[in-house]
Design a binder for this molecule. Structure first.
Ligand code: ATP
Ligand code: PRP
Ligand code: MG
Length: 285
């Protein structure tokens, strides 16, 4: 039987969350220490542990069928490779940063300047769009140090919390792109493995939907139910069950996790009691 070959970062920022999401979709992987390849026990899947930066080429060559990869790396090196699902972790930006004292106003201020980066294609595209000529210094790590050692006037690198920029006396002045971990597919995938990938994607979608939402249970007096139902934008309509206590009901619904605290306050104001909030493992539509 055919197996879907999926690349996952061997070690680094994406590794743990990639393995967690595979586990959360019910795939159990024999993870021998230092193995470069592992098979799933209960799903037709083989995992290849690779460098994030090498994965676009493996996808292009069809060595792997799919990958969990940083979108920024795909934009830099993966032309022609499609993203089929955004996975919601490892969110970051690729940004321009300059020394704190600089009076940078716009990209035009980098005309004739030196930019250090690990993302030359992304930077060149941005410079071309803005008709700016600059000299690139391509370095693979510790890019933020470049202005301090006199190697560059500006950098383009990943920014998440901003603490690396801060520690190096730099400030973010322009955002080239937003990134997160994504599921990408090789243009050379065969139809049998495409079917397996569809099944994996279906499972991922239900886990991602679950992560995005909370399950809420509460008790309320019947006369307040209409007000409460209006506050809860549930999946379809909330489930309402009578309680043993006369004139009261229990109400169950799903709330988007971002709306959660505001909705809870409103529910309390409208007479809800005994509110329970639970995580959702899967939400299958
Ligand atoms: N500080 C960060 N916060 C959030 N996401 C990040 C951060 N740094 C990197 N990422 C994301 O995680 C991906 C992997 O980053 P990481 O530093 O682990 O690997 P790398 O050194 O770029 O790659 P390789 O696996 O090729 O050695 C990046 O491409 C980016 O999408
Ligand atoms: O805005 P922050 O939260 O500080 O994150 C940004 C930093 O994180 C990444 O480096 P990482 O720690 O992955 O080290 P690396 O350069 O060795 O990959 C990235 O290259 C930045 O340097
Ligand atoms: Mg890194």
């Amino acid at each position: 039987m055919s197996k879907l070959k999926i690349a996952v970062q061997k070690s680094g920022r994406l590794h743990d969350d990639s393995m967690t999401i595979l586990k959360d979709v019910g795939i159990s992987i024999d993870n021998g220490k230092d193995q470069l390849k592992a098979s799933a026990k209960n799903f037709p899947l083989e995992v290849f542990y690779l460098r994030n930066g090498d994965i676009p080429q493996y996808l292009k060559d069809g060595v792997v069928d799919a990958a969990i990869i940083g979108e920024n790396v795909l934009i830099e090196k993966g032309n022609g490779i499609s993203v089929i699902e955004k996975l919601g972790f490892s969110s970051c930006k690729v940004s321009i940063a300059v020394p704190k004292s600089s009076n940078y106003k716009s990209i035009i201020d980098l005309e004739g300047k030196r930019i250090a980066t690990s993302y030359p294609n992304t930077v060149n595209q941005f410079l071309n769009q803005n008709n700016v000529n600059a000299k690139l210094h391509i370095i693979n790590g510790s890019v933020e140090i470049a202005p301090n050692i006199g190697l560059a006037d500006a950098i383009v690198d990943i920014v998440s919390s901003g603490s690396t920029l801060f520690k190096n006396g730099l400030k973010e002045v322009d955002i080239l792109l937003q990134s997160q971990a994504v599921l990408a597919v090789s243009p050379l995938i065969n139809s049998e493995n495409q079917n397996i990938l569809n099944k994996l994607q279906f499972r991922l979608q239900s886990v991602l939907r679950g992560r995005q939402n909370k399950y809420v249970l509460l008790n309320a007096p019947n006369k307040k139910l209409d007000d409460i139902v209006n506050i809860l934008p549930g999946m379809n309509s909330p489930t309402i069950l009578p309680l043993a206590k006369e004139g009261w009901s229990s109400l169950h619904s799903v709330i988007n996790k971002n709306a959660f605290w505001e909705v809870i306050d409103e529910l309390k104001l409208n007479g809800a009691e005994g509110i329970l909030v639970c995580p959702i493992e899967n939400m299958v539509l």
